[in-house]
Design a protein. Sequence first.
Length: 485
Amino acid sequence: MLQKIKQQLKRLQGLGADYADVRWVPIEESSYLLMWNGNLKESVLDRESGLGVRVLYKGAWGFSAASDLRDLPAIFDKALDNARAASQRVTFPVRLADKEAIQAKFESPCQINPFQVPLAEKVAFMNEMDERLDQPGVFQRIADLNFIRKQIIFVDSEGSEIEKLITEVFAGLQVLGRDEEGETHERKFSLGRDGASTRGWESIDQQVFAENADRIVKEMNQVLVADQCPKDDRTVILLPGMMWLQTHETIGHPLELDRILGYELAYAGGSFVTLDDFGSLRYGSEKLTARADAKLPNTPGSFGYDDDGVPCQNTVLIDKGILVGAITGRQMVEEANAKAGRKIFASSGGCNRASSFYRVPIERMTNINIDPGQDGTLEDIVRDTEKGIVLDGERSWSIGSNREQFHFATEIGWLVEDGEMKQVVKNPTYKGDTVKFWNSLSAVGDESTVKVAWVPNCGKGQPNQVMQLGHAAPVCRFDNVRIGE
């Protein structure tokens, strides 16, 4: 098959294609298990395979995909025909940033293939966790397991040939309870890196899950009898369980270059960032350094090579508060540089990815991380806070269409008075304007406070593409934030 693909790429070049690439997926399988109050509600196993072809012709893309590969030339011809048709209406001719021709392999770290683990063993684990969650105060108990494994072979007309074997493991626990007014509250735990060096079945550590099961039940019961979050202006301290979402929505999405250029406006929204902002916009305080680090070990945001055939990179997005970079692929950096009239981006950031063989690659987050600081542990930061609130666990979120503002609700809050964490409060919320909020960043926890979240469900694109990625975030403190509204 690989030799046939190369022959077809060469044939397209002979027919006038300026560039072409193929993502052949011999196998992609996914599994989802959901247990609710001790009942196995869902057990789904999906498998698919196929091939997607992109062709660049006179500044326009054409795409075609199929799972039936018996008539391979027809798939390639369709992509070229689509590119020829698109070239008649192109308004800004596509150009691709230079890259090297690469022959390489990448395999995500995995000791035990989760698809080789018997279903009975997976269900037994979920039953054990359900029994652990079955405690006073809990009226709904949820446990889920989600596994993905896929082989991707990328070949392009520039001489690249890359094979990837990607394994993903996601898992979580959730409990719900009702307070005396009948309002439902929740607390959850989602598997992240948590010190694990691989992400096969072995990352499902029963001790880690058991400890967190007890913790979320205890914290949910504290919320059930807690007072309402006050309406106030306070210092807000975000734990990593909330910092990942803050980073995702107000740094990650606004800095996707296709959004900045206006390509996502019809569906997922745009960005308040403009091309003139790079190198000058004070996005946050000097304590803020953020990066797209697709080299971070053992996370869904590290995948070896993107779907343009560009190696994963560690790109600084915000350097001590100043906006310097974006989440980029080969096409958008060239368009941005041309429209800005200056060279903002030297090359692709290796962030183009597609969720399946039948979707086209677009700029997607890798691991969008906040660098740890030098302000110590959570205890150190709390001790240095006179009047604040510690927040954890995303509950709901509302974001401006251009990510210029936000309003988040969290699962739990702890009031801080005179340097000490005090009582728990229920229904905590906070809101702000993105740039003002990040400029109020006054403390960043050290390396010991960092946790790496694994995110299974970032949606973007038309048709929608659900992508997996990660976030490494420390404890962070923000001053003068409105809470409780």
